[in-house]
Design a protein around this ligand. Sequence first.
Ligand SMILES: Cc1cc2nc3c(=O)[nH]c(=O)nc-3n(C[C@H](O)[C@H](O)[C@H](O)COP(=O)(O)OP(=O)(O)OC[C@H]3O[C@@H](n4cnc5c(N)ncnc54)[C@H](O)[C@@H]3O)c2cc1C
Ligand SMILES: NC(=O)c1ccc[n+]([C@@H]2O[C@H](COP(=O)([O-])OP(=O)(O)OC[C@H]3O[C@@H](n4cnc5c(N)ncnc54)[C@H](OP(=O)(O)O)[C@@H]3O)[C@@H](O)[C@H]2O)c1
Length: 248
Amino acid sequence: MPQWIEGRVVGRRDWNGRMVTLQVEAPIEPYRAGQFIQLGLEIEGEVVGRPYSLVNPPDARPLEFCFNIVPGGPLSGRLAALEAGEPVLVARRALGFLTVDEVPAARRHLWLVSSGTGIGPFLSILRSEAPWARFERVVLVHAARRAADLLYGEAIAAIAAARGERFRFVPFVSREATDFALPGRIPDAIADGALEARAGLAISLAASHFMLCGNPAMVEDVTFALEGRGLRKHQRKMPGHIAVENYW
Ligand SMILES: Cc1cc2nc3c(=O)[nH]c(=O)nc-3n(C[C@H](O)[C@H](O)[C@H](O)COP(=O)(O)OP(=O)(O)OC[C@H]3O[C@@H](n4cnc5c(N)ncnc54)[C@H](O)[C@@H]3O)c2cc1C
Ligand SMILES: NC(=O)c1ccc[n+]([C@@H]2O[C@H](COP(=O)([O-])OP(=O)(O)OC[C@H]3O[C@@H](n4cnc5c(N)ncnc54)[C@H](OP(=O)(O)O)[C@@H]3O)[C@@H](O)[C@H]2O)c1
């Protein structure tokens, strides 16, 4: 069990009835962009805690979390129902290795690949200075079923305006036609070259580092597609090209 401190909800945003952003004030320890932390509530006399990615960059407050409301799940629905002013438990310390300082030094291009709320840690990274001090080019890939499920459009537009040609956003919408997103799924677009064409950047063994976050089936299938291109999972002991975080 983590060491809990009491936080307070200071704001919330409902995205589409299934995804919520919660803003929280809590004096947690310093953390690195891309990490996650436990949130908890006391439910029937016991604290129920779950990990959530920090979406705000480390130097900005309030803390921000973006999550799916999982039908029947014990915590997410209750968290989503919290209003400004209500208390929420927050672990004192964040954890996780989906951070820029874990990327092998030789890599020049960072690919951040997400589905659904898995975009969260990448928004923290992109709104920190860490990737811009390290990489020549950064590509954010976000897959959603429908255009209305794409998250944080304003924040992404602000990053694009600030970073110009060094940044490219590649949305995927799989279950309706749009005039702006790639159709279908990310692994197919890796296989047929559509992702690289839209990103204006080739995937390369020497330069590319991938971070994948969200739906575990997406993470597995994208990993498989990248391994087909010769990239390897990254480990501290054996540096590679693919770092992953599964949400379930
Ligand atoms: C390292 C880490 C970071 C995470 N960060 C986030 C985050 O930033 N945003 C977020 O939405 N979730 C995140 N999760 C998932 C989160 O911790 C909870 O599992 C989720 O909010 C559901 O909680 P619950 O108690 O309602 O249901 P749980 O008992 O936790 O889950 C019930 C079932 O719901 C499914 N499920 C779990 N999470 C999701 C999800 N996100 N979307 C769809 N189905 C799911 C799984 O099949 C699971 O068995 C993260 C998980 C991990 C391991
Ligand atoms: N009730 C609803 O209306 C509703 C709507 C959405 C989500 N949900 C629930 O919420 C969960 C999370 O939803 P979400 O919107 O965060 O994400 P999601 O269902 O995981 O979908 C996000 C994107 O990831 C793609 N994807 C899914 N599996 C993939 C794989 N194996 N490889 C590559 N891409 C893959 C999806 O494509 P595809 O469209 O091709 O699957 C979609 O474009 C779902 O699993 C579901 O249980 C419910």
